[in-house]
Design a protein around this ligand. Structure first.
Ligand code: X8Z
Ligand code: ZN
Length: 696
């Protein structure tokens, strides 16, 4: 055993005994057995927490809809007050012995106050971890890169480059990149010598970099932006992230968990959570591998075998997205029937004179047609439904609950496109959820578990971005093309978004939990090990431990759990199928539309109304009319069944469905030589995991 291993064991032992002492302390603290007093505390908490939540939410709203230094300061002040309130409430709640409170709902509320918080940390450390997260977010948001293929000081050329987006609003012109190759070797020191205040090295993730990854088909350009964005994020955050891991673990241990991953998983209230996740992953993996194999062949046709090996993993920069998580932008390369159309009703919306307001009215009518609630007048008065001309705003679409049972808003820089029409229905689903659980106490005004909100919102959008629905609302009318071909194109678009996403959504927290559990050594190599194992992707160039590629994903550095997106995607199809059954729709799942079904509306309301007052398993039991209490991927697999059959035919001559990895693949990220026993140990682990993959 190497010295590092010995010290690791000592640290673990020390951590265990420290934890034990603190956990004992926590248990001793929970000594107040007066249930009546606990319930009185919860009544006061509900009132104060709602008020606090209103103030913080309002300050955040004011900032994101009008970005000024003054609004930022006000928001930070409110957040600081909120932290104080959180710490105080935590101490009070932790003093009660929840097991003595017979009322289930009150007990549940007490547990909710205590379990997800880091308030068990001493004040300086509590403030420190919050500060670290804020700093990491700031670094991330400030990341900018120079345009591709230009010397950084030649600003004139930069602006004229066909690679430089002409305006933030203008669509990226892929054809110009195809026909012109203006690649110039970079000058010495590029891009490190770029002046900090350069006004042309100002390409941000959103929209410029994302647009290049989505639309450019020039491999060297894709490599460049992929690499440059990682240079501007991960390494600048790695040390902070390591300290964050340490503090998050301390907080978790002080609250009675084994580590911060254990604490994150607690909100799912499932003792066999990790096994359940793995089971779901294994059930969707065959479908993913069919899609993967087909896409790989198409990428080889575009980029050649020099870039993509016929039985190998796919290099991560070719899939149309910074994290290879959503492949819908490469639809042009993989479309099953290029002669049939891809459903896009944008031009029809423009022809019919749609406006952002009309799109939201249409979304509202979707819910009222099912007998659900209309948006209140405050929603129409307060929301920001289009980009304002006169001030700077954050444009990511979001739905807001101001915690006062009156004020609900949406912020969306809506443009008249089909994508934004789907998005209006998605955001309105969040508003509908808020309205449905409004009468619950503040602590229960949330999804049944973290996966529910997104799952519900996306389940509705499955009924909206849907050939039948678009026909019913007079936006689509296909008389000329083969319906089978149109359907396959549609299902491929959906698969590139949903099926391709699953292994990514699964691996992010597998990695994060392994860091919390096993420590911060070789974080980057472990990231890529998991990306290879679950997604079948490799980096396009050598990675080392000086890189910190997980830091290129916002949810990792901003302390947002990610497994909810994996479960949410699976649950979304399960819920959709249940709504379809309630609506009496018996055809293909991907053709079901629940618009105007009162029965589907009743079921959806029943799922939404309890908020978080019931466990996810209770809600799933309601949702499936008692058939199961577990999240299952069967509906997702059923939805894609027609496409899966088509893919199997396309892949019939492929030597390998899925991927095999070799030493070169692993060498791209294996820990560097020269680190003695640690490197050898890691290499052995890597080879073992590769063998395990090959023989499974
Ligand atoms: O973070 C988001 C939304 C907010 S809930 C913008 N999403 C995940 C991501 O970007 O990774 C939506 C899809 C998954
Ligand atoms: Zn959402």
């Amino acid at each position: 055993m190497g010295t590092s291993k010995v010290s690791f064991v000592i640290v673990q032992l020390f951590a265990f005994f420290t934890w034990h002492a603190i956990a004992q302390e926590y248990v001793r603290m929970a000594s107040n057995t007066n249930a009546a007093e606990a319930m009185q505390f919860l009544r006061e908490y509900d009132r104060e927490a709602s008020g606090m939540c209103y103030r913080v939410t309002m300050s955040q709203w004011r900032f994101v809809t009008n970005i000024t230094e003054y609004n930022r300061r006000r928001m930070l002040e409110e957040l600081a007050l909120n932290s104080k309130f959180e710490r105080l409430s935590w101490r009070k709640a932790a003093a009660y012995d929840a097991t003595r409170v017979s009322d289930v709902q009150s007990r549940r509320q007490l547990v909710k106050i205590v379990q997800g918080s880091r308030a068990a940390l001493p004040e300086d450390k509590f403030n420190e971890i919050q500060q670290i997260i804020t700093e990491m977010k700031e670094i991330y948001n400030a990341a900018k890169i120079c345009p591709y293929g230009q010397k950084p000081y030649d600003s004139h050329l930069q602006r004229d480059s066909p690679f430089y987006p002409q305006s933030r609003q203008e669509p990226y012109d892929q054809t110009r990149s195809h026909t012109q190759d203006i690649y110039q070797p970079f000058g010495p020191g590029f891009p490190h010598e770029t002046p900090e205040n350069s006004n042309y090295c100002d390409m941000q993730l959103d929209p410029e970099i994302s647009r290049i990854l989505a639309h450019s088909r020039i491999e060297s350009e894709l490599v460049y932006v992929w690499k440059s964005f990682r240079e501007q994020t991960g390494p600048k955050m790695k040390n902070r992230f390591m300290r964050y891991v340490q503090l998050a673990n301390q907080a978790a241990v002080s609250t009675g968990y084994s580590d911060a991953g254990d604490q994150m998983r607690a909100s799912y209230e499932d003792p066999s959570f990790r096994a359940s996740l793995e089971e779901i992953y294994n059930q969707v993996a065959p479908l993913y591998k069919q899609l993967f194999t087909y896409v790989r062949r198409k990428l080889i046709q575009r980029y050649g075998e020099r870039v993509v090996r016929p039985d190998g993993p796919i290099p991560a920069h070719l899939l149309g997205n910074m994290w290879a998580q959503n492949w819908k932008s490469i639809m042009d390369l993989v479309m099953p029937f290029p002669q049939a159309p891809n459903i896009d009703v944008t031009s029809e919306m423009l022809r019919q004179g749609f406006t952002p307001l009309r799109m939201f009215q249409m979304a509202e009518e979707f819910y009222t047609s099912m007998g659900m609630k209309p948006a209140p007048p405050e929603f129409w008065r307060g929301s920001m439904l289009a980009r304002p001309a006169e001030r700077s705003v954050q444009c990511t679409a979001s739905a807001w609950d101001f915690c006062n049972r009156i004020d609900y808003r949406i912020k969306q820089c809506t443009e008249v496109t089909m994508q934004d029409l789907v998005s209006t229905h998605h955001e309105m689903a969040h508003i509908q959820y808020y309205l449905q659980y409004a009468e619950q106490p503040q602590l229960f005004r949330d999804g049944a578990n973290p996966a529910f909100h997104e799952a519900v919102a996306n389940a509705v959008t499955l009924s909206v971005y849907n050939i039948q629905h678009l026909q019913r609302v007079g936006l689509y009318n296909n008389r000329t093309h083969d319906p089978y071909q149109v359907s396959m194109n549609f299902l491929m678009t959906m698969a590139l978004e949903k099926v391709a996403y699953l292994p990514f959504a699964f691996m992010v927290d597998q990695w994060r939990w392994s860091v919390f559990e096993d420590g911060v050594q070789n974080m980057n190599s472990r990231w890529w090990q998991m990306k290879l194992r679950f997604q079948g992707v490799i980096p396009p160039m050598q990675r080392t431990e000086a890189d910190f590629d997980p830091g290129s994903k916002y949810h990792v550095i901003s302390d947002q759990e990610y497994i909810k997106y994996f479960l949410g995607t699976v649950l979304e199809f399960q819920l959709y199928e249940q709504l379809c059954q309630a609506a009496g729709q018996a055809g293909h799942l991907h053709e079901c539309d629940v618009y105007r079904s009162r029965d589907a509306g009743r079921l959806l309301s029943e799922i939404m109304q309890p908020g978080a007052s019931k466990t996810a398993s209770e809600i799933i039991r309601t949702m499936t009319r008692g058939r199961t209490n577990r999240i299952s991927p069967e509906s997702l697999v059923r939805y894609f069944r027609p496409l899966e059959l088509w893919l199997r035919v396309q892949n019939r001559d492929e030597p390998l469905i899925g991927w095999s990895s070799n030493y070169q693949d692993i060498g791209l990220f294996a820990p560097q030589r020269g680190h003695g026993i640690k490197a050898t140990y890691s290499m052995v682990l890597l080879v073992l995991s590769m063998m395990q993959f090959l023989f499974l």
